[in-house]
Ligand binder design. Sequence first.
Ligand code: SF4
Length: 402
Amino acid sequence: MVSSGDSSNPGSPDGFEQQRGSASAHMNPRRLRGLYIHIPFCKSKCEYCDFYSVTSVSGIPDFLEALAKEMTMYRDAFPCFDTVYFGGGTPSVLSSEQIKVILSEVRSNFDLAPNSEITLEGNPADLDPSFLESLREIGINRLNIGVQSFDQKILDFLGRRHSVGQGVSAIEDSRRAGFRNLGLDLIYGVPGHEKALWLETLNQAISLLPEHLSCYQLTVEPHTPLGKRCAHGEFLLPSENLQYEFFMKTSETLEDAGYVHYEVSNFARGMAFASRHNQKYWDHTPYLGLGPAAHSFLNNQRWWNHRSVDRYLSAIGRREKPVEGTEVLSLEQLQLEALYLGLRTKKGICVRDYSTKYSRDILAERGKSFVELQRRGFVVLENGFVHPTRAGLALSDSLALI
Ligand code: SF4
């Protein structure tokens, strides 16, 4: 791994720029690139949060100016996108006017394919009816709402700044505003959260008919407030067996309700509603990440921006790309990632595509392991694919190592 923001580094993104071409020359839907925009502001910090964000929103105007400048630095390397994802942080702390300005900067620097998926993550507390209507008008066509739970005690434990009632209203108001592609984020495995309580949250989510659900298991990082409370013995984390039970029951409940479990944490009401943007991360499609702490991938190279608004603004002020580190992936690393990422998706690994891409026969290399995994019920080998089963998805992070 090369880790450097030094522009003389041969692994720097500058060495990988390509000519800007017409949109039509880049219309292969499998290879159209994704644009991620990290909005690094939150009104308050959640107890478990490990994402990069600051709670002082006074820096928003300077950030927006810098973001527009950062776009100009990548217009040649990334000619066309068909997904835009506003993540964070909390993108909904911005006004609809500010989001509109960002989108217009995107359109003036890059080509956006027709029918691009444009997603915005929102906190229920920010999503009032007039804001939602404005978001629709400016072209946001997919909303991902950070509901996290329909149990107030859990929201309080997690330090979320919205209530259960605001979560429900945000979903209903989004429908009234015309959103037809709605995703909810939920968290399970919270200490003291019995399986029955989690199933109540899950069933309430199902009753609201979202097109997409992301169900994440709570991870407690040591440096977060929750991590420190855990270290002081305030609560115990669920055992591995219990976590496995939560995962299996979540998958079973949502599949019974008609959702496709298409990735470890993601469920869609049919693949038409699977996140087009996130799928790019899983199949090595190039993506550009703008804003502090955002990651990008292009031509076997990954780089990431400064995890600090101040350092990000300073770099842009010096007319430099705000890149903190870069890694160039070897063929072996790409192969291992393809295996690891493929086994996290329901689609799995296409044996022929893998051979074409890496000139390696994955069955010759790993056939014995796959047969053993199939015998143990973790994968199915059929029609030229290696698919993980539900039990395989539960253990997917370790399957590639077996
Ligand atoms: S809203 Fe999201 S990014 Fe902001 S503090 Fe909470 S978990 Fe972190």
